[in-house]
Write a protein that binds this ligand. Structure first.
Ligand code: GLU
Length: 322
């Protein structure tokens, strides 16, 4: 009887929470990421690697899915299609407060934070031959602002609005995935694209290594934005990460943080195990991507607006971080 009820519970959880079970007893959890040339995809891989190493202890098998980005990930977590997702801190705030894409649906009260990860910069990549030195020069240009499921789309709209550019009228706005943008810029089908991403990223390396020369342009003059929205901070992109870029100065811009999110419906044990494995082995985790080089345990508890999941909180209390 007990066996039957355990089996039924697992089946129930598998159906409503996208956590499946194998005969060997592993629970499968999916981590939603972004395009494969971004930083979310390898980040999901790094988290999965840490927890899968302890499969015998926890019985968890984490897998990574490439997705359209933050907004897609939040909606998939809320729908129960994915257990975890990597999400921009500003999108976490908006979903919790029923803003932007969640205005009609209202606050996503079951969204939970696990921890934050690397900083992300709103990055404006432009073709040198298009003569774009700053964001203000984007008028009448062909600009990719990002697919609707992405985090960068709203960042691009916010930045353009702050400098008086109406994305619906003043530019030729494209809505394609970041993973395709580098190729389109190299093929002269767009003049510029926005990508909110950690650095270095595969996509920016790709576009700065092509035959068409590119400049990573400043996004300056957006102080009104930083005053208006609490989740945006000033940041810069070290140009030494992209030796192929035409500009040789560090890039001035603003940014957010990548965060790991889940739902309040995901069992504490699973969230606890993931949090513990990343935090207990942070030194090793940091070596898995250069964008993680500045991570500290303390910094990974900042940039959060959803409540922490109780499984994460249990770990933070145990080690005195909360
Ligand atoms: N920040 C992007 C988004 O939310 C994804 C960046 C990445 O994949 O590294 O859509």
């Amino acid at each position: 009887m007990k066996k039957l009820s355990v089996a039924l519970t697992i089946l129930f959880l598998a159906v409503i929470l996208d956590i499946g079970s194998t005969q060997a007893g592993s629970i499968f959890v999916t981590i939603g990421t972004g395009g494969i040339t971004g930083v979310y995809y390898p980040t999901g891989g790094a988290i999965a690697k840490m927890v899968n190493k302890k499969n015998k202890e926890y019985g968890i098998r984490a897998t990574v899915e490439s997705t359209g980005g933050s907004v897609f990930n939040i909606n998939a977590i809320m729908a129960g299609d994915m257990a975890f997702g990597i999400v921009q801190s500003d999108r976490q705030f908006q979903a919790m407060n029923g803003m932007a894409e969640w205005k009609a649906k209202g606050p996503q009260t079951e969204l939970r934070a696990v921890f934050s990860i690397h900083p992300e910069a709103v990055t404006l990549v432009t073709a040198s031959d298009a003569g774009i030195k700053t964001i203000r020069d984007l008028k009448v240009k062909r600009v990719n602002i990002g697919n609707p499921g992405s985090g960068q789309r709203q960042n691009a709209i916010d930045a353009l609005t702050a400098v008086g550019i109406d994305y619906e009228k003043d530019i030729i706005a494209e809505s394609i995935k970041a993973s395709e943008a580098a190729g389109l810029l190299q093929d002269n089908r767009i003049d510029a694209f926005f990508y909110t991403v950690g650095h270095p990223s595969g996509s920016i390396k790709e576009v700065t290594s092509g035959a068409r020369k590119v400049v990573i342009a400043d996004i300056a003059g957006v102080d009104s934005l930083l005053e208006k929205y609490p989740y945006y901070t000033k940041t810069s992109i070290p140009i030494k990460l992209y030796p192929g870029a035409d500009n040789k100065q560090d890039v001035i811009t603003f940014g957010v943080k990548a965060t790991l999110c889940t739902s309040s419906r995901i069992p504490d044990d699973i969230v606890y195990a993931i949090t513990k494995e990343v935090f207990d082995n942070l030194e090793e985790f940091r070596t898995l991507h250069p964008a993680f080089s500045t991570l500290t345990k303390g910094s990974m508890l900042t940039g959060i607006s959803a409540p922490f999941h109780p499984g994460a909180m249990k770990y933070f209390k145990e080690v005195g971080l909360k």
